[in-house]
Design a protein around this ligand. Structure first.
Ligand code: FAD
Length: 415
């Protein structure tokens, strides 16, 4: 009988934790090393697409997901005056076999952390372990960690492989691509917040309004709020005329006065954007950044996963979903190959081109490109949408993005 393989997962974010579960079910003994001392429910809302929900369902997490996620019923695009451009059903409403969830990122991370501890044991997650370097040998890898706050060395650990799920500022990626530098700034900034407000449209609708250089996204994320009041996740996005203002840090709080005036007139009747911004306590700033697709992620016994491998603009609800798809492919590759090196290369083959295509498509606004087209053709609004953009053009853009991002309904439902 072959010996049990071992893996070090660097990073206890969404990608790292789902990888831990997938590798565990593939017979690999896993430990997750997380930089922060206490993993807390940070972030605001994200969306999980049906293909990612399928993977979490297969991991036995369907009921827990249902308890914290709100099944998204539809996606609508509007121009900056609140005129509707596009409406499509989502998740189960669209005929997928699995729902799409609007969900609080932090609550999802805590759900996954709990699942990892339950299945793999408490000792499988080591916090306060920030990876600083690693060595690779023909038969194993050794990873070295410090306490990030003090810089004190906290230990070295050996395993058959290292899975680097250490996010957009990945230390491991930097070791393989030392000249890459900082993430690439799009010229746009995202301000994110969560606030209780009146529900809008179907009360499970995700909306995007505006165009490339000024956009507002809003959707409810909490299934438990009753009556007319609900917890709404929102993102205001603006192009700025300057260098990237700050390091890409998901937890940077800022003053709303920086962007709120630009949205002062955006009261659509069914959604009052300035009011939503006014009512929000904490607003977080994140520069819209990505990195160029890489030629390779897997080097011998070490590979990259999630944002470490393919950070992309948060367009089309793909950040967390693609990290979950990576984890699934990794688990599958590990089952299929006895050699670690071959498994990691096979995982890369399954995922690199697909995710590179999404990175590139998101640079051209992904499915939201329709909003940009309408802005360019009808900057003052329209009387009849079909005089601005045809139904076919709208359908082609939506359909082709679903194929690129791997959630084309017919393909997915066959799986
Ligand atoms: C705190 C936080 C809040 C976020 N909020 C949002 C949000 O509101 N909306 C949104 O769209 N996306 C958000 N994201 C990003 C989103 O979670 C990811 O795009 C997506 O889930 C892919 O996840 P990932 O696991 O690859 O990376 P991440 O979720 O970024 O996780 C990476 C993990 O690795 C850890 N880490 C980093 N360096 C090291 C190291 N050297 N050693 C050990 N551990 C390390 C980090 O602490 C983190 O826990 C957030 C990410 C973080 C970390």
């Amino acid at each position: 009988m072959s010996e049990t393989k071992t893996a070090i997962i660097v990073g206890g974010g969404i990608g790292g934790l789902v990888s831990a579960l997938k590798l565990h079910y593939s017979g690999v003994k896993v430990r997750v090393f997380e930089s922060v001392e206490n993993i807390r429910a940070l972030g605001v809302g994200i969306n999980l697409l049906p293909h990612a929900v399928r993977i979490l369902t297969e991991l036995g997490l369907a009921e827990k997901l249902e308890a914290i996620g709100l099944p998204t019923a539809e996606l609508c695009y509007f121009n900056k005056f609140g005129q509707k451009i596009w409406q499509e059903p989502r998740g189960l409403h669209a005929g997928y076999h699995y729902p799409q969830y609007s969900i609080h990122r932090g609550r999802l991370q805590m759900l996954l952390l709990e699942a990892v501890k339950e299945k793999l044991g408490e000792e499988a997650v080591l916090t306060n372990h920030h990876l600083i370097s690693f060595d690779t040998f023909s038969d194993c890898t050794v990873a070295h960690f410090e306490d990030k706050k003090t810089g004190a060395f906290v230990g070295s650990y050996e395993a058959d492989m290292i899975i680097a799920a250490d996010g957009i500022h990945s230390v491991v990626r930097k070791c393989f691509y030392p000249d890459e530098g900082d993430p690439i700034f799009s010229g746009r900034i995202l301000w994110r917040g969560l606030t209780e407000a009146s529900s809008f449209l179907t009360s499970r609708t995700m909306i995007m309004a505006g165009f490339q250089n000024q956009k507002f996204v809003a959707y409810p994320v909490d299934p438990e709020v009753s009556g007319d009041r609900t917890l709404i996740n929102w993102i205001a996005e603006l192009a700025v005329d300057k260098e990237m203002p700050s390091r890409a840090d998901w937890n940077r709080k800022i003053d709303k006065a920086k962007f709120a005036p630009a949205f002062a007139e955006w009261d659509f009747g069914w959604l009052n954007v300035p009011q939503l911004i006014r009512d929000t306590d904490a607003v977080y700033e994140f520069p819209m950044v990505d990195r160029d697709p890489l030629p390779a992620w897997s080097f011998g016994r070490v590979t990259l996963l999630g944002d470490a491998a393919h950070p992309m603009y948060p367009i089309g609800s793909n950040g967390a979903s693609q990290a979950i798809l990576d984890a699934d492919a990794l688990g599958q590759a590990m089952k299929e190959h006895s050699s670690v090196e071959l498994a990691l290369k096979s995982y890369e083959k399954m995922r690199l081109t697909n995710t590179a295509n999404i990175v590139r498509s998101n640079r051209k606004n992904g499915p939201e490109h329709v909003m940009q087209i309408v802005e360019e053709r009808a900057p003052d609004g329209f009387d009849a949408l079909n005089e601005v953009i045809s139904r076919k053009e709208l359908e082609d853009i939506a359909g082709s993005y679903k194929k690129i991002a791997g959630f084309d309904k017919h393909t997915l439902n066959k799986q």
